[in-house]
Design a protein around this ligand. Structure first.
Ligand SMILES: [Zn+2]
Length: 365
């Protein structure tokens, strides 16, 4: 029997049919926290051709220096188009003109890797659902389906991208936008279940003309305002390889932080490309440290490392940020590196597991 599209769109109709015997992993054990530099709020186990270390190999790279990590795949697959690059097999989106396409199997890879770990090891990871097309009204149904198929595994969704330099225009099909109803459905479902959302959205277009209207900022704020119940982590504060801070970007972020009562918007400072702006000049370090010190509960550290091979490579972004970290208050530094991660992802684990169980038993959440 086929469902009508209307039924298919009913977000509250999701049912987890597998029992709710999964326990909620507790917050980090304080004894094992000693010597831990940070928790990683932004990490990709796979690259743009879905290759990378196993989760147990990554655990070895984390060692005793990194406590916990969110784990996402990459929602996009770079096509190897023979007509374009011949025998050269591109592994990154800048290496070819061939398109990227949404690759849902990435979520199964992440779940499979997580479930291969011992229960004690799993406590250190927060797997994320990323393999959906954010222009598709069925995207929220994909997220629901992943939760149903792998109950007890996922903590959030993302990183997925709306506006992203060099990427958005290469993706097959409809271009993602902040006003797409499909995106509203994703954020609505995330809010309902308690899945934090790691969203990549460049703050501006690459190489804007002087005085070009940074229209993305306005639409992003409107999106967040439409979903006050959804925890959104704005990846890289909207910065990129060539997308520079818009004029007075930190002042703009501060206005947003002051205005919003619901406190649902957070910012991650992940990616070496972000670090190059935030620690590039003494004035930038001072201004960024000042903002984080005044709003310490709203910023998270992440590496945005993609499929790392060595611990040295994995810790590079953390080391780049040393000049910024040294200017933070002890409280702000703790929250940026660990405290905010624990607050957001502990609550996410609790909420998602409860929702999975309540849907299985029919109880109201
Ligand atoms: Zn990323």
């Amino acid at each position: 029997m086929s469902r009508s599209p209307r039924q298919a769109l009913s977000l509250s109709a999701w049912v987890i049919v597998i029992g709710c015997h999964f326990s909620v992993a507790s917050a980090s054990d304080p004894k094992s926290d000693e010597g831990v530099l940070f928790h990683d709020s932004h990490f990709h186990l796979t690259n743009y051709v879905q290759e990378g270390p196993s989760l147990s190999e990554f655990l070895r790279l984390m060692g005793t220096k990194v406590g916990r990590s969110m784990v996402s795949g990459i929602p996009l697959q770079q096509q190897w188009m023979y007509a374009n690059t011949g025998d050269f097999a591109p592994t990154y989106y800048t290496q070819t003109d061939a398109p990227l396409y949404y690759y849902s199997f990435t979520d199964a890879i992440i779940a499979h890797e997580y479930l291969r770990l011992k229960p004690e090891e799993r406590k250190r990871f927060d797997p994320m659902i990323t393999g959906f097309n954010p222009t598709d009204m069925y995207a929220a149904d994909h997220i629901r389906r992943v939760l149903m198929t792998f109950p007890g595994v996922f903590s959030g969704i993302g990183e997925f991208s709306i506006h992203k330099e060099f990427v958005s225009s290469k993706i097959s099909g409809e271009v993602a936008t902040l006003e797409n109803k499909a995106l509203d459905r994703i954020l609505e479902f995330a809010g309902e279940v308690g899945l934090p959302v790691v969203l990549h959205c460049d703050v501006n277009t690459p190489f804007p003309r002087p005085d070009q209207d940074p229209y993305i900022v306005v639409k992003l704020k409107e999106l967040a305002d439409r979903h006050p119940e959804t925890v959104v982590i704005w990846a890289h504060i909207g910065l990129g390889r060539v997308v520079r801070p818009v004029k007075d970007q930190l002042a703009m972020v501060e206005r947003g932080l002051r205005e919003r009562e619901s406190k649902n918007i957070h910012f991650d400072i992940s990616w070496d490309e972000t670090a190059k702006y935030l620690v590039g000049k003494p004035e930038a370090i001072e201004a960024t440290a000042d903002l984080i010190n005044r709003f310490p509960t709203r910023f998270l550290f992440g590496t945005d490392c993609v499929a790392p091979k060595t611990q040295e490579q994995y810790l590079e972004v953390y080391e780049m940020y040393e000049p910024l970290l040294s200017q933070l208050t002890p409280e702000a530094k703790h929250l940026l590196l660990k405290g905010n991660y624990e607050r957001i992802f502990d609550e996410a684990r609790r909420s998602v597991r409860v929702k999975e169980c309540s849907k299985a038993t029919g109880a109201s959440a």
